[in-house]
Write a protein that binds this ligand. Structure first.
Ligand code: NAD
Length: 332
């Protein structure tokens, strides 16, 4: 039985706890910690028998094998270093950190300790995205020409929402460029790099449109990114906190175009340019893998049980963080 500790009992922690509960025969929650005792108490009420730690010291006193870290970006580092020093497997939410120096230190810590480490790029596990990965893996679109993504969420544009940590540069780092852009950059490099080589340059245009009384963000809420892979293939993404929620990935290749829209997350749409170029899509292209958080947790727990490294790891997330910082530095 894998014993798991949770650090950060806010919004996204709920999704991980539900995913963990799906594997109760293999793993169980043993401890929860949050800077706000009200938050950890709620988790303690739902998961009876766990230790609701009042501080870090009492949390680390609990015997455990793995931790899930779901605190704001700036605070990931201290908990990752503490967990790595104890030899624990670590699942850490994205973006890896609020800045590049922290991300590099965290990656060095898990590599030095040799612990299982995974970062929460959960968009990889949608059924349509997995089918797209398989299609590109067998070069099913021919030579790759371009990747285009729109990733937006509507919550923060709502006038009833006040300032949150993710709008504060000192706690979050970048805004939409880090929050959503980390997903876009991970997805594009994961899908394209095997065939198109690494991303070799990236430009950004960042803007802050949300400005209302009591809510003046110190980071961006819209990022327009464009770059190029080593093969010459193009990358572009619009990552946005304004506008209704939308997540669309499009890939253009020599044989056609493939598209996934997360309003229908388990379907891969492929359009071939010519009929005799019809592209065969996997039989299971429209088969759901299930909730991406559950798929992600399953992979993590298997790796912990087998003491096996897995992707996307901290080194991958460090490379994403590097591109986020380059986009921010190049932003005009
Ligand atoms: N993979 C995804 O799709 C996804 C989605 C949402 C959030 N996230 C990431 O998850 C992390 C948490 O985001 P969230 O939306 O759950 O935020 P949140 O504000 O809802 O929750 C954060 C929790 O951490 C607690 N906290 C703050 N500082 C702490 C500290 N120093 N020590 C202990 N607890 C502390 C807060 O009290 C709060 O309960 C962020 O890194 C975010 O980017 C990822």
């Amino acid at each position: 039985m894998i014993k798991v500790g949770l650090i950060g009992c806010g919004g996204i922690a709920g999704a991980h706890l539900r995913a963990l509960a799906a594997f109760e025969e293999r793993a169980r929650l043993v401890a929860a910690l949050d800077a706000n005792p009200e938050q950890s108490r709620r988790v303690g009420e739902e998961y009876r028998g766990i230790t609701v730690a009042q501080n870090s010291e009492s949390f680390w006193d609990v015997a455990m094998d793995a931790v899930i870290i779901t605190v704001p970006n700036r605070y990931h580092r201290a908990y990752v270093e503490a967990a790595a020093a104890r030899g624990l497997a670590i699942f850490c939410e994205k973006p890896l950190a609020a800045n590049l120096a922290d991300a590099a230190a965290m990656t060095a810590a898990v590599e030095r300790a040799g612990v299982v480490n995974l970062v929460g790029f959960k968009n990889r596990y949608f059924g349509g995205i997995q089918a797209l990965h398989r299609l590109l893996g067998r070069e099913g679109l021919g030579a790759l020409f371009a990747y285009r993504e729109v990733c937006s969420g509507a919550r923060l544009v709502n006038p009833s929402i006040g300032m949150e940590w993710r709008m504060r540069e000192e706690i979050a780092g970048g805004g939409a460029v880090a929050d959503f852009g980390s997903h876009s950059l991970d997805m594009a490099t994961w899908l394209f790099t095997p065939q198109a080589g690494p991303l070799v340059n990236l430009d950004g245009r960042l803007a802050t449109f949300i400005r209302r009384e009591g809510c003046l963000p110190s980071n961006d809420d819209m990022a327009l990114l464009s770059g190029r892979f080593a093969s010459g293939a193009l990358f572009s993404a619009l990552d946005s906190r304004v506008g209704p929620g939308l997540y669309q990935v499009e890939v253009y290749g020599a044989l056609g175009r493939a598209r996934v829209d997360l309003s229908d997350p388990d379907r891969l749409h492929v359009s071939a340019y010519a009929k005799d170029n019809e592209i065969a899509v996997d039989d299971d292209a429209s088969t759901s893998l299930g909730n991406p958080f559950t798929v992600q947790m399953d992979r993590f727990l298997r790796a912990v049980a087998e003491h096996r490294l897995l992707q996307p790891d901290f080194a991958t997330a460090l490379s994403v963080q590097r591109w986020i910082e380059i986009a921010r530095a190049n932003a005009r």
